[in-house]
Design a protein around this ligand. Structure first.
Ligand SMILES: Cc1cc2nc3c(=O)[nH]c(=O)nc-3n(C[C@H](O)[C@H](O)[C@H](O)COP(=O)(O)OP(=O)(O)OC[C@H]3O[C@@H](n4cnc5c(N)ncnc54)[C@H](O)[C@@H]3O)c2cc1C
Ligand SMILES: *[C@@H]1O[C@H](CO)[C@@H](O)[C@H](O)[C@H]1NC(C)=O
Ligand SMILES: *[C@@H]1O[C@H](CO)[C@@H](O)[C@H](O)[C@H]1NC(C)=O
Ligand SMILES: *[C@@H]1O[C@H](CO)[C@@H](O)[C@H](O)[C@H]1NC(C)=O
Length: 542
């Protein structure tokens, strides 16, 4: 099949798909593969028997926990090089009852972009790694970035094109994929000054469950609201690219990293750090890595050391930051410097390779009331002294992120949030894991009185299936996921916005084609659901 005909074919499939059953009860894998082979170049489809299947599958897996002999693998991996291939995958998938999982950077904490919890699920992976262009419009300070780019590639391109004048407020780890990151929020060191990544998204191109390419105006305001933080991941469609607003940064930024041990009073210094909030300028972000018997305070300041030091002396003298600790560099250098270490360079932002040696488990909390110093002391003595203990990463909120109203985007952790806690634990190839996972669960239970309540909030990008999983109602694969059951985890991630997300889902994908263990369930009123079942009754008797 010649490539040039593929988009014409894709269009005719869109037409026919209106008349085909929603999702046949029995997936027809052979017909699906046949359909793909007719609509896109064969060398972009890797079945389990292709020699490169495993290397493509593993290429962006970040947690080896989901690369074992028992991990449920996709029927095939589709690696689109053109939007029309993404459309074709959706159209073939719907016709032949094969669901899709979308992968951009593969950093999902539960591996939902490339594996399933259910052994019987037949699914294909659409891996967007080849759709990764970044185009900067320096005249309007905006950019279009494809989902398959990493945030490191985005940062590098922005700095190059703007001569270090512009930046983008998103996460710290350069290998994170733009696709997953922007769909769940995107917290990074510029969040106090400029908000989250989603607060700076101005348009997007998305392939919906009918295989259409929609933008901000054609998808409608409810869906455009939903994809900016609603964990679009497997819920609303496949986002091909995002238009983002770039933000100004000074040519020189300052950073310091200061560790205080428990013996040096880390508990008291942490207690003070929690309450700095508005005492610090929004140009200053200080995160804390709490591990073993110490707390490491790492900062980014949009200004020089000469400006930063007096601010630190006045607001946070307990930390004892002085000129020796402070380093100046460009913003684009600060990301690898802080995340990868002092010898890393801006070019390291382009390195997509990471090691597959570290197994991990994570979960999260938001803190709205300062945690007493005595509790911090107990955290050091009772929890971080254990040999199997892990890490807490504390990201301060406030500033621009806190000013956005709770319902303006699906991300509800806004005004009143002091900081986010990410709990992580690690183990290696040589086994282990049981003690580390037990530690994280027990520590999470211990923290309950000190963190947000009703609901206990969690960050969707730090996905944790232990918070709850979807329940499919009705006829097996033809059923839809239950809204009531989804509330268990959904209200932790989205609070009151969960209902509106479920309504947006019903608008764009009422048949629940895009779904996974934690996708947004469609909220369909009873009558509509009965009608829909009647219309497709023949498909469900198979
Ligand atoms: C080492 C590490 C560091 C991290 N640091 C930060 C940080 O500093 N700040 C922060 O906010 N988060 C951070 N995260 C979390 C990160 O933001 C999320 O894991 C994010 O979802 C990863 O995006 P991805 O594209 O790499 O993941 P993927 O695994 O590819 O996708 C994640 C989810 O989104 C879906 N998805 C992916 N692409 C698309 C698309 N184009 N359209 C629709 N759905 C899609 C997937 O199906 C999956 O459900 C970190 C994660 C790791 C592993
Ligand atoms: C995708 O295909 C269409 C139609 O064949 C073409 O116009 C477009 O330039 C292609 N895009 C890319 C990124 O190759
Ligand atoms: C900065 O503080 C450290 C202790 O944290 C100290 O060793 C160093 O001498 C100080 N440097 C200056 C220039 O005061
Ligand atoms: C890319 O990163 C990997 C993992 O950290 C490292 O082993 C490799 O040397 C890096 N490659 C380059 C070209 O720097």
């Amino acid at each position: 099949m010649a490539l040039s005909r593929s988009s014409k074919l894709a269009l005719s499939f869109i037409f026919f798909s209106c008349f085909s059953p929603v999702i046949p009860s029995l997936a027809s894998s052979d017909d699906f593969l046949q359909c793909l082979s007719e609509t896109m170049p064969n060398n972009l489809v890797f079945t389990q028997s292709s020699p490169s299947f495993t290397s493509i599958l593993v290429s962006s897996i970040r947690n080896p926990k989901f690369f074992t002999p028992t991990t449920v693998r996709p029927l095939c991996i589709v690696t689109p090089t053109n939007a029309s291939h993404v459309q074709a995958a959706v159209i073939c998938g719907r016709r032949h009852g094969v669901r899709l999982r979308v992968r951009s950077g593969g950093h999902d904490y539960e591996g939902l972009s490339y594996r399933s919890e259910r052994a019987e699920e037949v699914f294909a992976v659409v891996d967007l790694a080849s759709l990764r262009s970044v185009s900067i419009d320096a005249a309007t300070d905006t950019a279009w970035v494809d989902s398959g780019a990493t945030i490191g590639e985005l940062y590098y391109a922005i700095a190059k094109a703007s001569g270090d004048r512009l930046a983008f407020p998103a996460g710290l780890c350069p290998t994170i994929g733009v696709g997953g990151h922007l769909s769940g929020g995107g917290m990074g060191m510029l969040l106090r000054k400029y908000g989250l990544a989603i607060d700076n998204v101005i348009d997007a191109k998305m392939v919906d469950a009918e295989g259409r390419i929609l933008d901000k105006s054609s998808m409608g305001s409810d869906v455009f609201w939903a994809i900016r933080g609603g964990g679009v991941g497997g819920s609303f469609g496949i986002v091909l690219s995002w238009q983002v607003k770039l933000v100004p940064v000074p040519p020189t930024v300052a950073t310091f990293s200061v560790r205080k041990s428990a013996a040096e009073g880390a508990a008291g210094i942490l207690a003070k750090w929690q309450e700095l909030g508005d005492l610090l300028p929004e140009e200053l972000f200080i995160r804390v890595l709490v591990q073993k018997q110490g707390a490491n305070f790492q900062s980014l300041y949009l200004g020089t050391c000469a400006e930063l030091l007096p601010v630190m002396r006045a607001a946070f003298p307990e930390l004892g930051v002085n000129a020796t600790h402070c380093k100046e560099m460009t913003w684009v250098q600060s990301v690898p410097y802080i995340y990868l270490g002092a010898t890393a360079t801006a070019e390291d932002l382009l390195n997509r390779t990471t090691s597959l040696d570290t197994f991990s488990k994570a979960t999260s909390d938001y803190v709205r009331q300062p945690i007493p110093e005595a509790v911090w002391a107990e955290i050091f003595t009772a929890w971080l002294a254990k040999p199997e203990s892990g890490l807490m990463i504390l990201d301060p909120f406030g500033g621009a992120t806190g000013r956005v109203p709770e319902c303006s985007t699906p991300f509800p952790h806004r005004g009143g949030v002091l900081y986010n806690i990410q709990y992580m634990n690690f183990w290696g190839k040589d086994g282990g894991g049981t003690a580390q996972v037990k530690w994280i669960k027990e520590f999470y239970a211990f923290m309950e009185p000190y963190v947000s309540k009703d609901p206990r909030e969690a960050y969707v990008n730090y996905r944790d299936l232990d918070l709850g999983q979807n329940v499919v109602l009705g006829d097996g694969d033809d059923g839809v996921t239950s809204y009531e059951d989804g509330k268990v985890w959904g209200e932790k991630y989205y609070k009151g916005n969960f209902e509106r997300l479920a309504m947006a889902k019903a608008e764009i994908d009422p048949d629940d084609y895009f779904r996974n263990e934690q996708s947004i369930p469609p909220l369909i009123c009873e009558k509509k659901q009965t009608l829909r079942k009647a219309a497709h009754g023949h498909a469900q008797t198979v």
